[in-house]
Ligand binder design. Structure first.
Ligand code: GSH
Length: 196
């Protein structure tokens, strides 16, 4: 399999680079910014990450993670199982409740045109993010991974959203989340991408 990943690591591309390292697959990383000429030829929206696998273009970090996980039978429960339904519920919950907050905070800080930004939204987004983390900490067992013994796609997304929220100076994490985060970021594959 010939895999190319477009997108610098300080973006959602991190999730994909991390999974590729966990899988031990060879790939070529093009640490591009959004909207470059090179990227627009692959994807008209110009967003990162984009994967090109054997000349097929795959956009969206969660779609790329799902493709990599399924095609390698790792980091996912099989499609059509109840475990997979639960895993997908977690994935979409994290995208809806956590990623939306950090993404909108970024949009209203430096992504949208300055006359379209509403900076007064940020305290509410930080509050909403913290509320969701409190619920996750209260209702989930985070001693291993979100799905228990097996690390799955939502673990990559949650850790990336936590990192993103730290960079954006959101509130401290609840203890259970903080312990889970500290453990996960010690993984050699994570460290390899972070230190690259
Ligand atoms: N749902 C997409 C979102 C992709 C996305 O918005 N990426 C950001 C960087 S993390 C980007 O390219 N922003 C530029 C823009 O929105 O124009 C994914 O998960 O890949």
């Amino acid at each position: 399999m010939d895999i190319k990943i477009y997108g610098h690591k300080f973006s959602r591309a991190f999730r994909v680079l991390w999974m590729l390292e966990e899988l031990g697959l060879n790939y070529v990383s093009y640490p591009t910014k959004p909207h470059t000429k090179e990227l627009l030829k692959l994807s008209p929206k110009g967003k990162i990450p984009v994967a090109v696998v054997d000349s097929v273009v795959i956009t969206d970090s969660t779609a790329i993670l799902t493709y990599l996980a399924e095609s390698n039978s790792s980091f996912t429960f099989p499609a059509g199982t109840f475990e997979r339904a639960k895993q997908d519920s977690l994935t979409f919950m994290l995208l809806d409740e956590l990623e939306t907050c950090v993404w909108n905070a970024a949009k209203h800080s430096f992504i949208l045109p300055s006359d379209k930004r509403v900076s007064s939204l940020k305290p509410t987004l930080k509050w909403e993010f913290s509320q969701s983390l409190e619920k996750i900490a209260a209702h989930m067992n985070l001693e291993n991974f979100l799905m228990g013994e097996i690390m799955t796609i939502p673990d990559f997304i949650l850790i990336h959203c936590l990192d993103w929220s730290k960079a954006a100076k959101f509130k401290e994490f609840p203890e259970a989340i903080s312990n889970y985060h500290s453990r996960m970021v010690q993984r050699p594959a994570y460290r390899k991408v972070a230190n690259s």
